[in-house]
Ligand binder design. Structure first.
Ligand code: NDP
Length: 491
C-alpha cells in the first residue's frame, strides 16, 4: 500500500533559505493494511474481533487497521508470557545475552524501515527517528545484552532473580525507544513481557514482533497487545503480572499506583515533567539558544523531560530573546518525511486540542505570545513553535505539562531564586543549566529536585545513564545499571 501522501509544498518560514524538497524514500517499507496481536510468537486475530485505525498525523490518512485486545486477549498474552518464563529464566545468561544482542543487530539492519514507519505513524521528523529514536533503541538492546551475564557483578554479594511477567504500558512520543527502554532490561534479567503500545502509534511495536521472530526469540518471551487505555488497564490489573512499568501521564500513573496498592506487584512510573532550562548571564548565548530550541521543539515538544520553562537571568533577557526569535524564524515546520524538517506534526487531533487550549489560557492570563511566520500544511495536525514572555509562575502555561512546542520564559536575578523557581513545580524529571562555571553547575545540580540535570546541553540520552523522576514525575530508574533493579529480586 502507499504509505504516505507527500505534502506537495513544504512550508518555508519567512526570511529563511528556500530548500528544495528532500523526501525520505518510502518504497522500502511494506506496511500491511491490517495488524493482529503478537502472542506466543505468532500474529493472532483478536478474540474481541474489534479493530481500530492508526492515522498519519501529517496527512490524516489511515495507515492501517490494528487489533483491539480485550480482557481475553490480554489473558492469552499473559498466559503465553508466563509459560515462556519457565524456560527463559532458566536459560544460561550468556544465551539470553545472545538473543538480546541479536535483536539490537536486527534493529540496526531494519533501521531505515523503522525510522520511516515511526515518522509516518507518529509525525516526528525523519531526521529525529533516523538519528535519535532508532539508534538509541538499538543501543539500549546492546547495552542490556552486555549486562545479561554480569548480573552478579551488578549486584555484588546478592543473588538477582527475575520477577516473572512484566506488564509494560508505553506512550506515543517515542514508541520504539520506550519499547526498548522497557523490554531490553526485562529480557536481560530473565523476565518475559507483555507490552501495550499507545493507540496512536502501534506500528513499530508490530514490526518489533516481527524482529523477535527473526531473532528466533523463544515464543511468548515478548508479546504485544494493541488497544486503548482499557487494554492497558486489563494488563496492569492481570493477576499473572508480577511487575508493571508505565510511562505516560501523571493522571493515569496515579490511577495505576492506587490500583496496584496492596497487590504486591512491583511498579515503576515515568510520568510528566515541567523542566526548567536555566540560562545564567555568563553562558555562551548562541549555544544556549541551540539548547533551548532542542529542549522544547525537539519532537514537537512531545517530550516528558522537555525544557518547557526557560529561566533567564534578567540581565541577558533581551539579547537572548532576540537571538531565540531569530532562530525560531529558521525552523522548518512541515512534512515529517522531509529530511530538512525540524518540527513535524502534532501526534493527534486530541493532543493538538490540548496544546491549543493551554496556549489560549496563556493569552487569556496575560502572557505575551510570539510565533514565527510560517505556513503550515493544510491537512494534518500542526502547531507553530511558540514562545511566551511576561509569564507569571501562577499561569497554567508555567505549571502544566503542555507536551507541545510551547516555551514559557521567566526571569531570575540570583542563583537562589533560580533554584526556587526551578523547584516550584509538582514535577521533578529534568533540568538544564547553562553557565561557564563548573562550580555553579554542581551547586545548582545539588539543589534541584530533578532526576536528570543537563549542563550546557539538553535532551542528551545514553543507555548507560539512568533516567527517572522525583515527586509527580514518578519513581524508579530506566537505563544503565539502575535500570536493572526494577526487574530483579535480590536474595
Ligand atoms: P496516557 O497516560 O493516557 O497514555 C499513556 C499510555 O497508557 C498509553 O498506552 C495509553 O493507552 C495507556 N493508558 C491510558 N489509560 C490507561 C489505564 N487506565 N490503565 C493502563 N494504561 C492506560 O497519556 P495520553 O496519551 O492521554 O496523553 C495525555 C497527556 O499525558 C499528554 O498531553 C502529556 O501531557 C502526558 N504524557 C506524558 C508522557 C510522558 O512521557 N511522560 C507520555 C504521553 C503523554 P492509549 O494510548 O490507548 O490511550
Amino acid at each position: 500500500m502507499a504509505v504516505a501522501r507527500r505534502n506537495r509544498e513544504p512550508p518555508v518560514p519567512a526570511g529563511a533559505f528556500e530548500y528544495a524538497p528532500a523526501p525520505e524514500a518510502t518504497d522500502h517499507v511494506r506496511l500491511a493494511g491490517r495488524y493482529d496481536l503478537f502472542i506466543g510468537g505468532e500474529f493472532v486475530a483478536p478474540h474481541s474481533r474489534r479493530r481500530f485505525v492508526t492515522v498519519n498525523p501529517a496527512t490524516e490518512e489511515t495507515i492501517a487497521e490494528v487489533a483491539e485486545a480485550d480482557r481475553t486477549d490480554v489473558d492469552r498474552a499473559v498466559t503465553a508470557a508466563a509459560a515462556a518464563f519457565r524456560r527463559w529464566s532458566a536459560l544460561s545468561p550468556s544465551s539470553r545475552a545472545r538473543y538480546v544482542f541479536r535483536i539490537s543487530r536486527l534493529i540496526q539492519e531494519r533501521a531505515r524501515e523503522l525510522a520511516v514507519v515511526e515518522t509516518i505513524d507518529g509525525g516526528k521528523p525523519i531526521k529525529e527517528s533516523r538519528d535519535v529514536d532508532v539508534p538509541l533503541a538499538a543501543a539500549h538492546f546492546f547495552h542490556y545484552a552486555g549486562w545479561a551475564d554480569k548480573l552478579e557483578w551488578a549486584f555484588p554479594n546478592r543473588r538477582p532473580r527475575p520477577l516473572g511477567v512484566a506488564g509494560q504500558v508505553i506512550p506515543w512520543n517515542f514508541p520504539l525507544l520506550m519499547l526498548a527502554w522497557k523490554i531490553a532490561p526485562a529480557l536481560a534479567t530473565g523476565n518475559t513481557v507483555v507490552l501495550k503500545p499507545a493507540e496512536t502509534t502501534p506500528l513499530t511495536a508490530m514490526l518489533f514482533g516481527d524482529i523477535c521472530r527473526q531473532a528466533e526469540l523463544p515464543a511468548g518471551v515478548v508479546n504485544v497487545v494493541t488497544g486503548p487505555g482499557t487494554t492497558g488497564g486489563h494488563l496492569v490489573g492481570h493477576p499473572g503480572v508480577s511487575k508493571v512499568a508505565f510511562t505516560g501521564s501523571t493522571e493515569v500513573g496515579k490511577q495505576i499506583q492506587r490500583r496496584l496498592a496492596g497487590t504486591g506487584k512491583r511498579l515503576t512510573l515515568e510520568l510528566g515533567g515541567k523542566a526548567a532550562n536555566i540560562v545564567f548571564d555568563d553562558a555562551p548565548l548562541d549555544q544556549a539558544v541551540e539548547g533551548i530550541v532542542n529542549g522544547i521543539y525537539f519532537n514537537q515538544g512531545h517530550v516528558c523531560c522537555a525544557g518547557s520553562r526557560l529561566l533567564v537571568q534578567e540581565s541577558i533577557m533581551e539579547p537572548l530573546l532576540e537571538k531565540l526569535k531569530r532562530r525560531l524564524g529558521t525552523l522548518r515546520v512541515g512534512d515529517p518525511l522531509d529530511k530538512n524538517t525540524d518540527v513535524g506534526a502534532i501526534n493527534s487531533a486530541q493532543q493538538l486540542e490540548k496544546i491549543a487550549g493551554l496556549v489560549e489560557s496563556g493569552v487569556a492570563e496575560g502572557a505575551e505570545m510570539y510565533q514565527p511566520e510560517c505556513r503550515l500544511p493544510e491537512r494534518g495536525y500542526w502547531f507553530k513553535p511558540t514562545v511566551f514572555t511576561n509569564v507569571a509562575q501562577s499561569h497554567r502555561i508555567a505549571r502544566e505539562e503542555i507536551f507541545g512546542p510551547v516555551l514559557a520564559v521567566l526571569t531570575f536575578r540570583t542563583p537562589d531564586e533560580a533554584v526556587e523557581k526551578a523547584n516550584n513545580t509538582p514535577y521533578g524529571l529534568s533540568a538544564g543549566v547553562w553557565t561557564e562555571k563548573g562550580s555553579r553547575i554542581l551547586w545548582m545540580a545539588q539543589r534541584m529536585r530533578a532526576g536528570v540535570v543537563w549542563a550546557n546541553t539538553y535532551n542528551r540520552f545514553d543507555p548507560a545513564a539512568p533516567f527517572g523522576g522525583y515527586k509527580e514525575s514518578g519513581f524508579g530508574r530506566e537505563g544503565g545499571l539502575h535500570g536493572l533493579l526494577p526487574y530483579v529480586e535480590l536474595r
